[in-house]
Design a protein around this ligand. Structure first.
Ligand SMILES: *Cc1c(COP(=O)(O)O)cnc(C)c1O
Length: 303
């Protein structure tokens, strides 16, 4: 059953000894192939709530390569909800079969509503939601990226008692839901570092809304130009990381975070003797879609 995989393993990355740093990766990506990493954590209590309140249908929002869309489609299929994805981009209906994420979601029974970028921006307006209700009937709504208080509650289960040995806990940041849960279950003596995958300073306020402690900080130097932006240096890093440490990283979130962590280690940001735990939040389903983009740009692909 989908609610039962609770704990993931911390794997050590063998760094050069002279830095005196220990780095471990919490393999949340291994929780499930598609309801992966933090998307599982964020969905868990939402799904339980939807079941409790007897909804038959889940509706959510996302872009064409969204890990969240893939996770909702897969979870709905596994536990018996209808799923509806409101997808940004009204040019996409003919491109479902070319897009690995949408193809996967469709194969898992998700129905799509493709909307213009303008409608997508207004997706939480009363008018828009009323129109959705008229079209699809009653549904349990999960916000874009899955962030709400149920999601934070799920992410508060990412760290376990054993993880108090770490001085730093690092995670990638999109909407800030995951890091908020991690902050809430960290010890005050631990420092939580967030690596935003996008530009913008709205994140700090969003995180402050949910986070109950102030032992956290955003490291904003590693977004590579913005959300889902990528360059050859990042692709090469992801490929080397996989061949050196046997750990695959995704190009949108965990690749950028680990690039940042390794760069900070190189620059002696962390005091000697520091123990660092980096959360692998999953997202590996996005590699195939990103590789199609890289091929078009004649850049090397992720292996
Ligand atoms: C969605 C996602 C994130 C961002 O999570 P937020 O809770 O939105 O900050 C990080 N990593 C991966 C792999 C994701 O899919």
């Amino acid at each position: 059953m989908i609610y039962e995989f609770e704990n993931s393993v911390n794997e050590q990355v063998n760094l050069a000894k002279e830095k005196g740093i220990e780095l471990f990766i919490k393999r949340e990506d291994k929780l499930h192939a598609f309801v992966s990493g933090n998307k599982y954590r964020k969905l868990k209590y939402n799904l339980l709530q939807a079941e409790k309140t007897s909804y038959k249908t889940l509706l959510t929002f996302g872009g064409a390569f969204s890990n969240h869309i893939a996770a909702v489609a897969s979870a709905g299929n596994l536990i018996g909800f209808n799923t509806i994805g409101v997808i940004r981009g009204d040019e996409l209906p003919n491109k479902i079969e070319d897009n690995p994420t949408l193809r996967f979601a469709k194969a898992n029974g998700m129905k799509f509503k493709f909307v213009t970028r303008e409608d997508y921006r207004n997706k939480t307006s009363e008018n828009f939601l009323n129109a959705l209700n008229e079209e699809f009937g009653e549904f349990y709504m999960i916000p874009e990226g899955g962030t709400n208080s149920f999601a934070i509650k799920g992410c508060e289960e990412i760290l376990t008692e054993k993880d108090i040995v770490f001085d730093y806990v690092c995670c990638a940041v999109g909407t800030g839901g995951t890091i908020s849960g991690i902050i809430n279950c960290s010890k005050p003596s631990q420092q939580v570092l967030g690596f935003p995958a996008l530009k913008g300073d709205f994140l700090k306020d969003d995180i402050s809304k949910f986070a109950v402690q102030s032992n956290w900080k955003l490291i904003t130097d590693y977004h590579f130009g913005g959300y889902a932006k990528i360059n050859e240096e990042l692709v090469t890093f992801i490929n080397h990381f996989k061949s050196d440490y046997r750990i695959p990283l995704d190009p949108v979130y965990t690749g950028k975070m680990l690039f940042g962590i390794m760069d900070l280690i190189e620059k002696d940001y962390f005091p000697k003797g520091s123990k660092i735990l980096a959360i692998h939040t999953g997202g590996l389903q996005g590699i195939e879609g990103m590789n199609a983009t890289l091929k078009k740009k004649k850049l090397p692909i992720i292996i």
